[in-house]
Structure formats: structure tokens, C-alpha cells
Design a protein around this ligand. Structure first.
Ligand SMILES: C[S@@+](CC[C@H](N)C(=O)[O-])C[C@H]1O[C@@H](n2cnc3c(N)ncnc32)[C@H](O)[C@@H]1O
Length: 325
């Protein structure tokens, strides 16, 4: 299971101890991005390149190792239910970002915290996507960026993609993001995208990212798109109050593995708008319910997802596209 660069445990700790890769500046290739990559690869049909990426990152083995269980079994129904919610949530957030990239109309994408996300591979396909020839720069902290590049190269198996780059950059650093933009040969409007990042930062951290992104967009033009804005208490936060102690413990373990902050949400839509408004962005915000008929996981009978329940959860999941004023 262990891959070069894959950290299964902090130095001096039992290697089965979970190591979140998302302590926001913890430059480790931890399990989180790989577990997310695995969950995205399970549905039939899966997102483009998701299965290939899961194979080269040994994502199934990593996931089973960290969750200590086959999460598809009925042994642990609460965990099964949380992970089942992950299929439409993760596929939906990928697709919602994809749709906003297509809507933005420019062909340059700067992805923050890309991990092993296959968006870069997908958008730079020689067959073109939506008839467009994209240039994509995937950025992450240095070790993860290197790992993401190495794994993308394995997936491509010798195929060269001049229009796909992996550049180390912290999402909180205006200088590093600007350097990534320049080194990619970008000019003019760019779509900055991230998924699975903002929920790991406190307000000050998100403000730093917002400032860095705003700096680039106000010079180059373009938009910032992210599904990382939560409004209202998450299912995870609700389950932490479950009357059964075993459920609470299991959810806490899940939170620890993912490095999640269950309190990272806005109480109302207006609070979210005000927060981003104070950083100089106007926000186009919608729920992800419109994706219900595009989700591969809904077509996969073996996942047994309940359409009404999925619609209900998509109604509380968002995609935001932010434009600098
Ligand atoms: C949950 S993973 C999501 C990865 C990817 N976006 C996806 O959806 O598959 C979180 C990612 O955030 C990255 N990360 C954490 N702090 C970061 C920072 N300050 N700047 C850039 N990336 C960061 C981690 O290295 C990791 O790849």
C-alpha cells in the first residue's frame, strides 16, 4: 500500500494513526485526498479518469486501511450511510465546479489544492471538452503537488500534455499563486477553482485565500468557483449529537481522519454573502439539486441510493462563483 511520499503516520507514531493532510499547511501526502479519490472512483460510470487515478494511488487499500472497514458492508450502518452520502456529494461538487468552468467562458484554469483530483486530466484531453482547448495549472502544497504530478503521469502512461501543469503553491500565498499563473504562460481571464479546501480553514485562513485569489482576478479578470461553502449544520455535525455513544465515536474518528471542522458553516445564505462581500467579491450561489440527473452514482444500482434523499441533501449543498467587484 505504501507509496513513495505517502505518509501513513506521523514520525514516532503507530503507522495506523490517521494523519490528516489537511491541517491547512501540513505538507504531507496524507490519506484524505486519496480516500476522496477512492469514493469518486466507485460509481459506474465514474468521473473521467477517476478509476485510473484510484488504481495508481492504491486508493481502495488506503481507504480500507484508514477506515478500518469495508465501508460497503452492512457491519457498520452509520458509516455506510455517511459514505453513501459521499458519492453524490463528491461527484456533485466535481460536476458543479466543472459546469461553472464551462460557464465562465475562458480556457485557463488554476486549481487550488488539487490533490489527486482528475479535473486537470479531464479538461486537457486532446479530444477537447465542450469543443474547448483548456490550459490547466494544478496547485497544492509541495509534496502533494509532486505526488499529484507523478500519479497523473502514471495515468497518462507516456502521453504528453503540454497544457497540463503541476506547480507547488499554497492557496494562502498570493505570491505563490501569482507565480503559478505566470509560469503557466496564462494571460488574461482565468477560472480559479477549488473543492475540498475551505472547510479546513478558519475565517482568517479563508480570508487569506480570498485575498490571494482577489489579487489575481482583479488584475487578470475571471472568476473563483468553489463548492466549499456550507450553509447550515452538516450531517456530520448532527451525527456528533447522536444518542448512541458508539455512533458519536465512529463519527469523531471519521472527522479526525478527514481533519474536518464540523463547525465550518454559515448560519444563513446572507452571512455567506456578507463574508465574501467583505473581501470584495459578489457571489452567485446556487444549490446542487440541479445535478440530480447528471450523477453517475444515481445510475449505479449497486449503490442503492435513494433519489429523494439525494435530492434532499443536494438542496443543502452549494456551488458558489465569486467575481471581484
Ligand atoms: C480533501 S483534499 C482535496 C483534494 C482535491 N481538491 C480533491 O477534491 O480531490 C485537501 C487538499 O488540500 C490540500 N491543502 C491543504 N492545505 C493547503 C494549502 N494551504 N494550500 C494548498 N493546498 C492545501 C491538501 O494537500 C490536499 O491535497
Amino acid at each position: 500500500m505504501a507509496e513513495p511520499g505517502f505518509s501513513a503516520g506521523k514520525a514516532g507514531m503507530d503507522p495506523v494513526e490517521p494523519v490528516p493532510d489537511v491541517e491547512t499547511e501540513n505538507d504531507e501526502v496524507g490519506p484524505t485526498a486519496i480516500i476522496v479519490g477512492y469514493i469518486r472512483s466507485v460509481p459506474e460510470p465514474a468521473l473521467p479518469y477517476a478509476k485510473e487515478m484510484a488504481r495508481v494511488t492504491h486508493a481502495k487499500e488506503v481507504t480500507e486501511h484508514f477506515l478500518h472497514t469495508d465501508f460497503q458492508s452492512d457491519e457498520n450502518p452509520q458509516l455506510k450511510s455517511v459514505i453513501s452520502g459521499g458519492f453524490p456529494m463528491l461527484e456533485g461538487r466535481y460536476l458543479s465546479v466543472h459546469n461553472e468552468i464551462m460557464r465562465a467562458g475562458n480556457n485557463q484554469v488554476l486549481e487550488l489544492a488539487s490533490g489527486i483530483n482528475t479535473r486537470g486530466l479531464h479538461l486537457t484531453k486532446p479530444e477537447l471538452v465542450g469543443g474547448r482547448n483548456f490550459n490547466v495549472c494544478c496547485t497544492d502544497l509541495p509534496k502533494m503537488s509532486k505526488y499529484g504530478r507523478m500519479k497523473a503521469e502514471e495515468v497518462l502512461a507516456g502521453e504528453k500534455r503540454e497544457n497540463l501543469r503541476y506547480t507547488p503553491a499554497s492557496a494562502t500565498s498570493a505570491e505563490q499563486l501569482r507565480a503559478a499563473y505566470d509560469q503557466s504562460g496564462f494571460s488574461g481571464p482565468v477560472t480559479i477553482a477549488n473543492e475540498g479546501l475551505l472547510m479546513y480553514f478558519d475565517d482568517d485562513g479563508v480570508r487569506k485565500i480570498g485575498k490571494a485569489v482577489h489579487g489575481i482576478l482583479s488584475e487578470s479578470g475571471g472568476v473563483w468557483t468553489t463548492p466549499d461553502i456550507s450553509i447550515g449544520e452538516s450531517r456530520i455535525a448532527q451525527l456528533l449529537k447522536h444518542p448512541d455513544e458508539n455512533v458519536r465515536k465512529m463519527i469523531q474518528n471519521f472527522i479526525d481522519i478527514f481533519g474536518l471542522n464540523p463547525d465550518s458553516y454559515f448560519k444563513t445564505e446572507e452571512d455567506a454573502r456578507d463574508f465574501y462581500d467583505s473581501m470584495g467579491f459578489s457571489m452567485d450561489l446556487k444549490t446542487r439539486e440541479y445535478l440530480i440527473d447528471s450523477l453517475g452514482c444515481m445510475k449505479d444500482k449497486k449503490l442503492g441510493l435513494d433519489r429523494d434523499r439525494v435530492i434532499q441533501s443536494l438542496q443543502s449543498q452549494y456551488i458558489a462563483t465569486l467575481s471581484p467587484r
